[in-house]
Design a protein around this ligand. Structure first.
Ligand code: CP
Length: 309
């Protein structure tokens, strides 16, 4: 059970039942979000600090909304205006924040394992909002919540994760989650963007996107993470678009009805064509809506549950 855990640091360590517990708990929170008053007093008296050491649009605002809709007190810690810029360590920063009696810390950090380090330093519960190339657990949970909404189940569905797999924490968390719940996962991209021995995680590896998508129920389209690449991994963007970009031409060759997910931020014209992004914006924005409900579920379960009203 999630309530027995101190923190949520990754999907890898979760049992399938715990993943389903979060997905199931997100459902009543989806309903609460459709009310005119989208707020419940569940986390009244609980203080949550959001520490984002790396840029974010969706995750940061989604956690903040989730916390506020649960009536938590929210501290948004701003790295550029903090003493981090004067050389303060992560440990000192976190311990000072905790000394203000913070109960939970949501952290995004550019270093893999930073949230595991933080978790060992503080009594507060820690939620990983993305650590380097390692994991982005709540993104995988919101992706799964959206897939389950669209397809009715996760077990047995066929999902292609397409793009820069090596540098993607979204890909890793999705691989762990989907394989734990019995989906058939193919990772697809240029050979230079596929980690060696990725098959050991229980997925298939593909470099032919048309073939990979032929029997897929869904494709999760990832951005090329240029900022994490130490050397060029593709000859040109134009060549990437031609081979791996999701375009209307490629979709026209498929049976139809395939679900297209994108975690954002999107680079239209690169991994996904503008017209495809527009045509599938309902699903892509539904991911964002579900993100708030999933994060409400994580905060609620980690804080021990209790009355929703
Ligand atoms: N999907 C995601 O993590 O987006 P942000 O970087 O905007 O938070």
């Amino acid at each position: 059970m999630i309530a027995e855990r101190k923190s949520l640091l990754g999907i890898r360590e979760l049992e399938p039942e715990e993943i389903l517990e979060i997905l199931d708990q997100a459902e009543p929170f989806k309903e609460i979000q459709s009310r005119s008053i989208k707020k419940v007093p569940t986390l009244r008296g609980v203080t949550v600090a959001n520490l984002f050491f790396e840029n974010s649009t969706r995750t940061r605002s989604s956690f903040e909304l989730a916390e506020k809709r649960l009536s938590a007190d929210v501290l948004n810690f701003s790295v550029p205006t903090s003493s981090v810029t004067k050389g303060e360590s992560l440990r000192d920063t976190a311990q000072n924040i905790e000394a203000m009696n913070v109960d939970m810390i949501v952290m995004r950090h550019h270093n893999e394992g930073a949230c595991h380090f933080l978790d060992r330093q503080v009594q507060a519960r820690v939620i990983n909002a993305g650590d380097g190339q390692h994991e982005h657990p709540t993104q995988a949970l919101l992706d799964a919540s959206t897939l389950r909404e669209k397809l009715g189940r996760i077990e047995g569905i066929r999902v292609v994760i397409l793009g820069d797999i090596t540098h993607s924490r979204v890909a890793r968390s999705n691989v762990f989650l989907l394989t734990k719940l019995g989906a058939k996962v193919t990772v697809c991209g240029p050979p230079t963007m596929l980690p060696p021995e990725i098959e050991k995680l229980g997925v298939e590896r593909a470099t032919d996107v048309r073939h990979a998508l032929k029997n897929a129920d869904a494709v999760n389209v990832l951005r090329i993470q240029f900022e994490r690449q130490s050397e060029p991994l593709i000859p040109s963007i134009r060549e990437y678009v031609s081979y791996f970009g999701i375009t209307m031409d490629k979709l026209a060759e498929l049976p139809g009805g395939m679900i297209i997910l994108h975690p954002g931020p999107m680079n239209r014209g690169t991994e996904i064509a503008h017209d495809v992004a527009e045509a599938h914006s309902g699903t892509i924005l539904r991911q964002v809506t579900n993100g708030v409900a999933v994060r409400m579920a994580v905060l609620y379960l980690l804080s021990g549950g209790g009355s929703l009203n």
